[in-house]
Design a binder for this molecule. Structure first.
Ligand code: SF4
Ligand code: SF4
Length: 178
């Protein structure tokens, strides 16, 4: 198979380009445009007039974090209509997890149509990279990352491990004292 080589011509560098003057003026124009637009919007709101908010730094943690609709937050395990966990301990999430932070032990389920269920299901959020692969891999939609919790830090590594009752929302996560 013949290979076609295409020669790409570099743009000419003129004296004006070398000076970078046009680009500097353009950059300053953009900066000052944002400055004055935000100044106008903030002044309007300070005077009690309605209008678009200006762009500001979010004063986290004094102000809560504003999360996007599709933000991946803390995992939670889902239940079936009868209240039993949906997880069938297929181990797909554990297998696909690139951080190897899911640990599941399986046992026989009393429901023969399900066959297996998780006996223990732990996620070490201290190792998790929040990639969402576990959610995508789950064939029974048993795990979501929509608990809307992002403040997950703790004083010791053990507290970063969430177990099944905590992930199911049956018991609250109670961190140990520092
Ligand atoms: S989000 Fe990614 S790293 Fe975290 S538990 Fe799921 S698969 Fe593992
Ligand atoms: S992929 Fe879903 S069903 Fe399989 S072990 Fe993980 S959470 Fe349970």
């Amino acid at each position: 198979m013949a290979i076609t080589v295409r020669t790409v011509k570099r743009p000419e560098r003129t004296f004006a380009t070398e000076l970078y003057l046009v680009e500097i003026v353009k950059g300053l124009g953009l900066t000052f445009r944002h400055l004055f637009v935000n100044l106008y919007r903030h002044s309007k709101r300070a005077l009690g007039l309605k209008g678009l908010p200006g762009s500001v730094t979010v004063q986290y943690p004094d102000d809560p974090a504003v999360l996007g609709k599709r933000a991946r937050t803390r995992h939670r395990l889902l239940k079936r209509d009868d209240g039993a966990p949906r997880c069938t301990a297929c181990l797909l999430c554990e297998t696909i997890c690139p951080a190897k932070c899911i640990r599941i032990t399986a046992e026989n389920a009393p429901d023969v149509t399900v066959e297996k269920r998780a006996k223990t299901f732990d996620i070490d959020l201290g190792m998790c990279i929040f990639c969402g692969y576990c959610v995508e891999a789950c064939p029974v939609d048993a795990i979501h990352m929509d608990a809307n919790e992002v403040e997950l830090s703790s004083y010791n590594r053990k507290d970063m491990i969430w177990n099944m009752p905590e992930l199911l929302g049956d018991v609250p996560k109670t961190p140990s004292r520092p």
